[in-house]
Design a binder for this molecule. Structure first.
Ligand code: FEH
Ligand code: ZN
Ligand code: ZN
Length: 346
């Protein structure tokens, strides 16, 4: 079968022909119908030797949707032909976190040589992907695979970030979303669908602000010198109750902390290399809270899929054939993907 494989650290992934896996024990073979392309794929591709604990070679792709194609003899909980989406974070399966489906915060994460499909284990940028058990799958119902795949990472990560901020997002609260890309545009929709707060959007691109508007933001503004003042005014003057930073650069972290209301909270999702200095006394507002949400727990994946099936969540995608993965990767590197890039086996 065709697969996009990482074979050497710091080298571009290669299209290759590999054996189609055969499921054993509780394993499930999934025929891939769509796989999202994520900035983390770029981090994996660009990683220096030894930076990641993964063994080469492996197939990329951690945001995967398709249909169950074959079951190992001990597999249960899924039927052949059923539309499914992969729960991407694969933990040890035995610790307190994994036992309740919070593999994204596995207690033994630092001892593992992989973190999931496409993250040290063969992933979904291929015609088929093998998952260790149906525990790593969620039913996709009547959604198209192109809509479902991004829910497993972009959707779940955004949903989990919003879930952590819910105490701050009551009636009349203001949430600011920085970075309206594959995750940010879904965060705007999730805030719209699950909270009563005002949603303000920030990005460096006009077309991203248009996407924020289509996603239901109350207001959008470009990242400029006066952005903090503009957001404070638009937010009613008291400052933001919550900021979701999907970029995480020094500039966006400065903006996030600069517009925060006392008692407000910042969730940093983007890995833009920004740093925060926390000190008392210091410049951060009293009551400041910070979270670094990572991906999401499996129970919340089912909630995101249900939200999408209700019509409240629509992923803007740009579709590429798997054979055009190098072009999609280049477009993502240059920030020239609208919404989420999705690769479809051709
Ligand atoms: C996956 C693996 C490692 C780091 C970050 C990620 C994110 O794409 C998960 O949302
Ligand atoms: Zn990802
Ligand atoms: Zn674990």
């Amino acid at each position: 079968m065709r697969a996009l494989r990482l074979t050497a650290w710091g080298e571009p992934p290669e299209q290759a022909d590999v054996e189609r896996p055969v499921p054993r024990g509780a394993q499930v073979l999934v025929r891939v119908e769509a796989t999202g392309l994520c900035h983390s794929d770029l981090h994996v591709i660009d990683a220096a030797p030894g930076a990641l604990p993964y063994r080469l070679p492996f197939t990329l792709g951690h945001e995967v949707a398709g249909r169950a194609a074959a079951l190992g003899p001990d597999a249960d909980g899924v039927a052949v032909g059923e539309p499914v989406v992969l729960y991407g974070p694969w933990g040890c399966g035995a610790c307190g976190r994994c036992a309740v489906g919070w593999d994204n915060y596995c207690d033994r994460r630092d001892t593992l040589r992989w973190h999931g499909a496409g993250l040290g284990r063969d992933g979904g940028m291929a015609e088929y992907v093998l998952v260790p058990s149906a525990r790593h799958l969620a039913p996709a119902g009547d959604l198209t695979a192109e809509q479902t795949a991004p829910l497993s990472d972009a959707g779940l990560t955004s949903y989990h970030a919003v879930a952590g901020l819910r105490p701050a997002l009551g009636e009349g609260a203001t949430a600011v979303v920085i970075g309206i890309g594959g995750l940010g545009h879904l965060a705007v929709q999730i805030l719209r669908a699950t909270t009563a707060c005002r949603v303000l959007a920030v990005d460096v691109r006009e077309d991203a602000l248009a996407l924020a508007d289509r996603s239901g933001a109350d207001f959008g503004t470009l990242m400029r010198a006066d952005t903090a003042g503009v957001l404070r005014t638009r937010g009613g003057g008291a400052g933001a109750d919550a900021v979701l930073d999907f970029v995480g650069t020094p500039e966006t972290l400065e903006l996030a902390t600069g517009i925060l209301r006392p008692g407000g909270e910042v969730a940093v999702v983007g890995s833009g290399g920004g740093r925060l200095t926390v000190s008392k006394p210091g410049v951060l507002p009293p009551g400041f809270r910070l979270s670094l949400p990572f991906w999401g727990p499996r129970p919340q994946l089912a909630e995101v899929v249900a939200l999408a099936r209700s019509g409240a969540l629509r992923v803007e995608t740009e579709r590429f054939p798997l054979s055009a993965a190098p072009e999609a990767i280049e477009r993502l590197r240059r920030g020239r993907v609208r919404g989420r890039a999705v690769l479809v086996p051709d």
